[in-house]
Each structure stands twice: as C-alpha cells, then as structure tokens.
Design a protein around this ligand. Structure first.
Ligand code: ATP
Ligand code: MG
Length: 150
C-alpha cells in the first residue's frame, strides 16, 4: 500500500515530542509524496529509532530527524548526541537480543527493537545501518525504494 511518508513522520514525531517535552527535535522532512510499503511497520521502525535516541542520550536532549528522496529512494535518519556505540559493537546492534554490555546495566530493554527494525527494512528491500562513535552519539538510518505510483 502507498502511504504519505511526510505525514507519518510528522505524526510519530508529534506524539514522541509530546511525551518527551525536554527533548528538542530538529526535523527536516524533505520527502514529499507517497511511498510503497507497510505503513504500520515503517512506523514501528521510526518509533524504535527515536525511542532509542531518547533512551541513549540522557542529559543530551537534541535529536535530529531527516528524510529525503534521492534516485527513487527514501532516506530516513535519526541522530542523537548521547552515549554512542563503540566500533566493535556497531555491527552487532541489529542482532536478536543483542545489547551493548556496558550500557545494558543502566538502561532497560530487551534488545529486540533494532532486530525487528532490520527485518522490516529487509522485507522492504531496503538498507538499514548506523554511524556512531563512542561518546559522541549515534545516527541510525534506513533507505527503502520508492516505487512508481502513476
Ligand atoms: P528494546 O528491545 O526495548 O528496544 P533495546 O533498546 O536494548 O531494547 P535495541 O533497540 O534493539 O534494544 O538496541 C540494541 C542495543 O543497541 C541497545 O541495547 C543499545 O546498547 C544499542 N543502541 C541502540 N540505539 C542506540 C543509540 N541511539 N545510542 C547508543 N546505543 C544504542
Ligand atoms: Mg530499543
């Protein structure tokens, strides 16, 4: 099904901003129009990314959310300035039940959100990834193809 990606992003951000008033969301939604996919599942990925950004950036309350379409692909990224992830753990965060050892002591979670997100994005024939440096925050992104709808 086709859905309005800008509208979905705005709705998710509005709810999470309302529930987390101390966080400053810096939003740049340049992706206009319809995207083909499962709206509820893409919503789940967005919620996973943004709630992680909130959870793993205590005391650092800025989150940047960006989306754009390039070469018929939708790019969405969520960037925080929190604890970050060390290089040796980066590739593992999408594994089922994986949690970074040092942080799991301080933060509640099951280690399932990113695994589910990667399954969802794979089923959309997309790409999911993360850029991060320990102590400097993390930027999670996904890219999915935008199918023609005319
Ligand atoms: P839940 O299943 O409730 O989402 P979780 O947040 O621990 O639990 P994931 O969302 O799958 O699980 O994330 C896996 C791990 O990756 C986290 O435990 C954390 O160590 C690390 N991580 C995820 N997002 C971030 C982030 N924005 N900054 C730093 N570490 C992160
Ligand atoms: Mg999570």
């Amino acid at each position: 099904k086709y859905f309005d990606i800008a509208k979905l992003l705005e709705n998710v951000i509005e709810v999470l901003q309302h529930n987390n008033p101390h966080y400053q969301f810096i939003v740049d939604i340049s992706s206009k129009g319809l995207v083909y996919g499962d709206e509820m599942r893409i919503e789940q990925v967005l919620i996973n990314f943004i709630t992680n950004a909130i959870k793993y950036s205590p005391g650092q309350h800025k989150i940047e959310i960006k989306s754009f379409i390039e070469n018929n692909k939708l790019h969405v990224s969520v960037k925080d300035f929190g604890i970050g992830i060390s290089e040796d753990q980066l590739s593992k965060v999408f594994d089922k039940f994986y949690r970074v050892d040092e942080t799991s002591v301080h933060f509640q979670g099951l280690g399932i959100g990113l695994y589910i997100s990667s399954e969802i994005i794979n089923r959309h024939n997309g790409e999911i990834g993360v850029r991060s440096k320990s102590g400097e925050g993390a930027e999670f992104y996904f890219i999915i193809p935008v199918l023609e709808n005319d």
